[in-house]
Design a protein around this ligand. Structure first.
Ligand SMILES: Cc1cc2nc3c(=O)[nH]c(=O)nc-3n(C[C@H](O)[C@H](O)[C@H](O)COP(=O)(O)OP(=O)(O)OC[C@H]3O[C@@H](n4cnc5c(N)ncnc54)[C@H](O)[C@@H]3O)c2cc1C
Length: 395
């Protein structure tokens, strides 16, 4: 039997794509090496950040931030409709987000960011420090301004991929866990996958294959002789003990790495792109399957940035820190679409794929169903890196 679509990876991207494809009657098969949501999709900060990210404002990153804003406006609508579409509560909170400024330089950066976003149709507003403290009285007195976006927020990363997987199954998708792709080869008009399933080796054929393997994507592609420029980003997160609810918003910082939010239970979740360190294999290369090590200096620095803008955090206890691995592409934008050197092979990885994941999965599914790349994601096309495979001989 030849499947229309075989999806490799049961994170947010793979499960959401499976749901869209199943709804269109394509009965996809999804294989996941471990369990659903075992990768970055279940370990992330859960931030729904639609303002231009801090990393896009860093030197050398000109252009990309503005480009992604257009898609963020679509992602806002995608998240707003998800609970209704999936018919279940998903802990989605879109009450607003503040990106803070601590000094004049931060404020100037924030002002130019807001102007750029407004031009592109994103309704961010520049607030004074007093106005920001009007929303969050516990902000430090030296916070001199903030960019406010009324529909930013956060969602619970522990439940979303499973919700998509359940919905996909009920529409006819076949989802298999403990099923690892070992090898993928082009065979005539279709692809042949060799899969290890609970200790047995089996094969499957498919006309289209989606590599939704997160930070494993570059290595899976390399085994097939293909170059996909995705680089590891081992990160870390922390959570404090509970306190009475006071922060219904997402907090970010324009000049420093910070994301902060409060869960329904009152815990403060703190992160913002601070690095952890990968474990190494015998040959010295990063071990993609092992959780990265926590870097104590980065943990201290992350907590210091958080307490600097929210001094009441100094009275809280840290109850857990954890690490997770994700990946960024060569130009920091996600890579989504068919790999030109390998017709029928689609990739979806890189970038802030929690925030953008539900939307990009819908677009990716559309590109297979309609056999054409949706114009909205042309910017993310894998074809922009086609030159890297000019000499590739996909096996
Ligand atoms: C600590 C941290 C914080 C983050 N915070 C945010 C945030 O706040 N907002 C945001 O937008 N993004 C955030 N991200 C990024 C976001 O989590 C990822 O971009 C997103 O989850 C990627 O989803 P995915 O489905 O592509 O990959 P994953 O969730 O990693 O799923 C890939 C799956 O593929 C499986 N797999 C791999 N190889 C194989 C194989 N050979 N065969 C079968 N299965 C295989 C894996 O087991 C895994 O389950 C964060 C990431 C981390 C690590």
């Amino acid at each position: 039997m030849t499947h229309e679509v075989l999806i490799i990876g049961g994170g947010l991207l793979g499960c959401a794509a499976a749901w869209h494809l199943a709804r269109a009657g394509l009965a996809p098969r999804l294989i996941e090496a471990r369990g659903i949501n075992a990768g970055a999709s279940g370990q992330n900060a859960g931030s729904l950040h639609f303002q231009i990210e801090r990393r896009f404002l860093e030197p050398g990153a000109s252009g990309q931030g503005a480009q992604i804003v257009r898609l963020n406006t679509l992602a806002i609508e995608e998240w707003a409709g998800l609970e209704e579409e999936l018919s279940r509560p998903l802990d989605i909170h879109m009450h607003g987000g503040l990106m803070l400024a601590e000094n004049e330089a931060d404020l100037a950066l924030l002002a130019s960011k807001v102007a750029r976003e407004n031009e592109l149709g994103l309704p961010t507003q520049l607030l004074s420090g007093t106005e920001a403290r009007g929303l969050v009285p516990r902000l430090a007195p030296h916070i001199c301004g903030a960019a406010w976006l009324a529909r930013e927020g956060h969602a619970n990363p522990r439940i979303l991929a499973d919700a998509f997987a359940d919905a996909a199954r009920s529409e006819g998708a076949v989802i298999e866990t403990q099923s690892r792709l070992l090898d993928l080869r082009r065979d005539g008009e279709s692809w042949q996958a060799t899969i290890e399933h609970s200790g047995r080796i089996v094969t499957a054929r498919a006309r289209h294959v989606i590599l939704a393997t997160g930070h494993w994507a570059a290595r899976v592609a390399a085994r097939m002789g293909l170059n996909i420029p995705l680089y590891l980003a081992p990160l870390m997160m922390s959570v404090t003990d509970r306190t009475a609810p006071f922060l219904p918003y997402l907090i970010q910082h324009v000049g420093k790495r910070l994301s902060m939010k409060q869960t329904d239970d009152g815990n403060m979740v703190i992160g913002g792109g601070w690095a952890s360190a990968p474990q190494k294999m015998a040959d010295g290369l990063p071990d993609l399957d092992a959780p990265p090590y926590l870097v104590p200096d980065n943990l201290r620095a992350n907590l210091e940035v958080a307490a600097g803008v929210m001094p009441c955090l100094r009275a809280r206890s840290l109850i857990r820190s954890w690490t997770g691995m994700t990946c960024v592409s060569a130009d920091q934008l996600p890579i989504v679409g068919e790999v030109p050197a390998a017709p029928g092979l689609f990739v979806a990885a890189g970038g802030s794929m929690f925030t953008l994941g539900p939307l990009l999965a819908r677009m990716l599914a559309r590109s297979i169903i309609e056999r054409a790349m949706p114009e909205e994601i042309a910017l993310f096309s894998a074809a922009r890196f086609a030159h890297l495979n000019a000499f590739a001989v996909p096996s």
